[in-house]
Design a protein around this ligand. Structure first.
Ligand code: SF4
Length: 298
């Protein structure tokens, strides 16, 4: 996501992030609007994944070179508008492959790893192109499919026909081909939702997801969870468990009923008359405060 003048320009990576966590999109918007938010550096493992991803991409490029395919490479360092023009010229030329194809349309833009020439007539001539992406995965990931659908839509605007397929080269070099029509409507729906959200954001809050460890806003969210004594700090707590607790009025760790072990450690016994044990049944979960407040017990 970038600000160009008054406009916010979106990329397929923004769509993947939005699908993962709407709050990440909100924080990015606030950052672009000048709020003093500091994105975190990439973690060492994220950097390692990036290096591995780059080498997987280059290995695929080498297989194309070894097969003597004609390849035009677009320089990602040039101004984006120049990269779009260079990509358009390469598409008209009809090379077998364009590497790092710059594509744009409306408020969207980005670089597709590769586009591949196929024998299907289009505005370009007796041929058109389809999008190929290299991914460090053993099977296609739905969020990568989203990305490819969006690139395909941007490519359609240049060549005047919609690609029939999208392709992913997996980590084991296996190539998976998917029908664009099977995924396009969900991806376009999500694209519209992101556009609407950017135009008029609904309130969001940080909700832990699998990608938090790699998110640039992870430090900001952790500070917020800490400051609000959030139930999100309970390791392994599921969203449905947290929502049940919140619906029962338990909105912070301090307010969560302790587990029996914690109570017994603090001297509680069913024979004592220290007061009734808090009944967790309404929340269907109790939180163990005794082990660094990190365990959710169903
Ligand atoms: S750290 Fe997690 S909850 Fe916070 S913005 Fe990132 S993905 Fe969302």
């Amino acid at each position: 996501m970038q600000r160009r003048g008054e406009a916010i320009v979106l990329s397929p990576s923004d769509l993947m992030r939005f699908q993962d966590c709407v709050h990440a999109t909100m924080l990015h918007l606030r950052y672009l609007n000048g709020e003093p938010l500091a994105p975190a550096e990439d973690t060492a493992s994220a950097r390692l994944m990036q290096v591995k991803g780059d080498s997987h991409e280059l290995a695929f490029l080498q297989t194309l070179r070894d097969a003597h395919k004609s390849i035009r490479t677009i320089d990602k360092e040039m101004a984006f508008q120049d990269a779009i023009e260079a990509t358009r010229a390469a598409l008209m030329e009809g090379s077998d492959y364009i590497y790092q194809a710059a594509l744009s349309g409306g408020r969207w833009g980005g670089f597709a790893d590769f586009v591949e020439r196929i024998d299907r007539p289009s505005r370009l001539g007796a041929f058109s192109y389809e999008v190929i992406d290299t991914k460090l995965k053993r099977s296609p990931d739905p969020k990568h499919v989203l990305q490819l659908v969006l690139y395909s839509d941007l490519l359609s605007e240049v060549q005047g026909v919609e690609p029939e397929h999208i392709h992913i080269v997996l980590v084991d070099r296996q190539r998976v081909t998917l029908r664009l029509g099977d995924y396009a409507s969900y991806a376009r729906h999500l694209r519209k939702r992101l556009e609407e959200f950017v135009a008029k954001p609904d309130p969001t809050r940080p909700e832990p997801v699998a990608g938090c460890d790699f998110c640039r806003w992870r430090e900001h969210c952790r500070r917020e969870w800490d400051a609000t004594d959030s139930l999100c700090m309970v390791a392994g707590i599921r969203k449905d468990q947290r929502l049940k607790l919140e619906a029962a009025g338990v909105k912070t760790l301090a307010a969560a009923p302790p587990c029996v072990t914690c109570l017994q450690r603090s001297g509680w016994s069913s024979r004592d008359r220290l007061g009734p044990m808090p009944n967790p049944s309404s929340a269907a979960i109790v939180v163990c405060h005794g082990r660094s407040r990190t365990t959710a017990l169903s």
